[in-house]
Design a protein around this ligand. Structure first.
Ligand SMILES: *Cc1c(COP(=O)(O)O)cnc(C)c1O
Length: 386
């Protein structure tokens, strides 16, 4: 298999890493390996290390090679969902009595996993605004944390955190710095190069890119932590199935092109909304008025496809969310089609009433790759009725 890590450009790695042609038939697209078990050449004589589908599968290996190459990491592991990846990492790295310092607008399911599943096993969680490094430093001085966990841009308010600065603080405090890179994707941001220890993905979103496969991944450099997380993947078993891994691999090949179009369309949508009288505030790091604009420009190569907007009140936000036609009202994000979300009652219902609650007047748009004039016309018409 050609080793493309580092040597080639990002777009070349996206197409070729882990994708060498099938040596038996010459098939340019590597086959999907459904077999759950592997014939041994004598007891223990494994070919290429494959033994049983939970411990390893060539289609999953292909995806993992691709993910490691894209994030510039030594190792990647792929899972049945983003939360399965998070769970494996958290259980590999934490023990009872440890604490996680969590950004205050991370994905609601991440908070729920730590607070409600790991909490009863003795893991603590504290929440802080990660875009305020002084607040992070104060929180770490007050009490150590084993993990510092950030999403940047964050969901759904698109806050931007200085990954380099956070990595410095985390390292000084002896904490692992984990970046959920789902929103930016490796096409726009490389947290490991900025000093983070682990990158987490919900590959369900931009990496898969077509809203047709649920998956998750970890990418990291540390050999010992990789072995622990890999053991967790094997011993607990939340692996990606072969067809899921293959679909994700196929999606990733067009990641760079898609992210470019998502970013262009989102910029146009954000500018349109910012100029609309019924919109009170637009959250998009590509707008110069966004407080994290300069920082985003310095650590990302594009601003991504998610735009959030505040209307005057909850009723207006709900009416807007229910009135678009091209933007379909649905959870999730990152697919080629545009989606509309009302976080308070949809994606972020699990954090209602907590420190992570999303303002009731906010809607979140996942801007797709359709013709941007059609997207803007759809939003304009929907706003007329608000
Ligand atoms: C969706 C999402 C997750 C969870 O991933 P699943 O694949 O749904 O388990 C984690 N983080 C972010 C930022 C997400 O958007």
């Amino acid at each position: 298999m050609t080793d493309l890590s580092g040597a080639c450009g990002f777009d070349t790695r996206a197409v070729h890493a882990g994708q060498a042609f099938d040596p038996t038939t010459g098939a340019v697209i590597p086959p999907v390996h459904f077999s759950t078990t592997y014939a041994q050449d004598g007891i223990g004589g494994l070919r290429e290390g494959y033994e049983y589908g939970r411990s390893g599968n060539p289609t999953r290996t292909a995806l993992e090679s691709q993910l490691a190459a894209l994030e510039g990491g030594a190792h990647a592991l792929s899972f049945a969902s983003g939360l399965a990846a998070e769970d494996a990492l958290l259980r590999a790295a934490l023990k009872p009595g440890d604490e996680v310092l969590l950004g205050n607008d991370v994905y609601g399911g991440t908070y729920r996993l730590i607070a409600r599943i790991l909490g009863p096993w003795g893991v603590g969680v504290r929440v802080v605004d990660m875009s305020d490094l002084a607040a992070v430093e104060a929180a770490l001085e007050e009490r150590p944390a084993r993990i510092v966990w950030v999403e940047t841009p964050s969901n759904p308010l698109l806050r931007i955190t200085d990954i380099r600065g956070l990595a410095r603080l985390g390292r000084a405090a002896g904490a692992l710095v984990v970046v959920d890179n789902t929103f930016a994707s490796p096409a726009l941001q490389h947290p490991l190069a900025l000093g983070a220890d682990v990158v987490v993905h919900s590959t369900t979103k931009y990496l898969g890119g077509h809203s047709d496969v649920v998956g998750g991944a970890l990418v990291l450099n540390d050999d010992a932590l990789y072995e622990q997380a890999k053991f967790m993947q094997f011993a607990v078993g939340a692996v990606s199935g072969p067809l899921d891994a293959w679909l994700t691999t196929r999606g990733i090949k067009t990641l760079a092109l898609r992210m470019q179009r998502h970013s262009e369309n989102a910029q146009a949508v954000a500018e349109f909304l910012a100029g609309h009288p019924k919109i009170v505030r637009v959250y998009y790091p590509g707008l110069p008025s966004h407080p994290g604009h300069e920082l985003a420009a310095s650590q990302m190569s594009g601003f991504g496809g998610i735009v959030s907007a505040a209307l005057t009140d909850a009723a207006s936000a709900r009416r807007f969310a229910e009135s678009t036609r091209l933007f379909q009202l649905a959870e999730s994000l990152g697919g080629v089609e545009s989606l509309m979300n009302y976080p308070d009652e949809m994606t972020h219902a699990s954090v209602r009433g907590t420190e992570l609650a999303v303002p009731e007047e906010v809607v979140r748009l996942s801007v797709g790759i359709e013709s941007v004039a059609d997207l803007i016309a759809d939003l304009d018409e929907a706003l007329d009725g608000v």
